[in-house]
Design a protein around this ligand. Sequence first.
Ligand code: FES
Ligand SMILES: [Fe+2]
Length: 335
Amino acid sequence: MSLHNYWYIATTETAVRKKPQAVCLFGRNYVVFAAENGKIAAMLDCCPHRNVPLSGGKTVNGRLVCPYHGWQFNGDGKLAHIPATPSCCPNVCIPTAHCVVQDGYVWLCIGNPVAEKPLSFPHLGEQGWTTFRMKKLFHAPVAQCLENFLDCPHAVYVHTGWFRSPTRKSTTVKLRWLADGAEAEYLNEPREKSVVWNMLQDSNSQMRHTDRFIAPNTSQVNYIFSDKKHYIITSSCTPISDTETEVHTVISFKYGRLNPLIRLFFEPLSHIIIGQDVAMLKRQHDNIQRFGGKARFYTSQADVLLPAIEAWRKALDENSPPPPAGHEEERELYL
Ligand code: FES
Ligand SMILES: [Fe+2]
């Protein structure tokens, strides 16, 4: 399926340089390791000799060494050495996955990559910008994670007080279907009654807030408070299995001299907020199981980006053309 043709974060480059890493993508287990010439390689995590996981082994001179009998494999998956035999080697090859390093992450593609490189995280390492990262495991499929990250109404309830509190004020949302996903822009959004807004907002300027879905697995929430104050949260979802998603979130902001202070406060706060989402999605997952494992969702006008997420992912899953760009509409929400 086409969803296999995209790049997904498997692990960090730092972790792989230390030792081989066991990772899971679409329910398949891979080992990622530092191969010859500093390259990072990924192959199925199963030794062809006696099926031991190779991720329990080590890397020697760019070869992955199985922990059971020491067979050695190159980054292209080919068997290179059997220590207990005088000659080597039968034509044995482990299936590999495409692998690139970008933005400090190791990304895997288990199909035929649609793009040469993964989507890059905005403003990483740029002057004036500070970044912190988070990694969380959600007991939910990718679509439900994206829906959660791009859903304003839940914040009023799940993150009460921290992030949003109910004001019942009218907000206009502009929804646009784009060539790579969809975007919701919030106009005249209520910002009172929240710890976060009180810290971030600039009383002299209008805030611009957009939520963006970038197919098939990325969400981006963008708050522009002024020319000098900008906060952007990008989450990249890795499908571990049908019901588990590992989410890598990169939060970058520029607040001038306040950057260290913003980080001091917002890094722990972001962990609290995302922890609340992890807990809610776990409750959702457990309840869907309790009712027979088949979700029956009712979607309202307030689920602004959900139809785009579902349409894109369904099209890619079924190898059919993605939804067209261009459609625009305006809605009224009460937040
Ligand atoms: S199981 Fe890997 S070398 Fe024997
Ligand atoms: Fe949330």
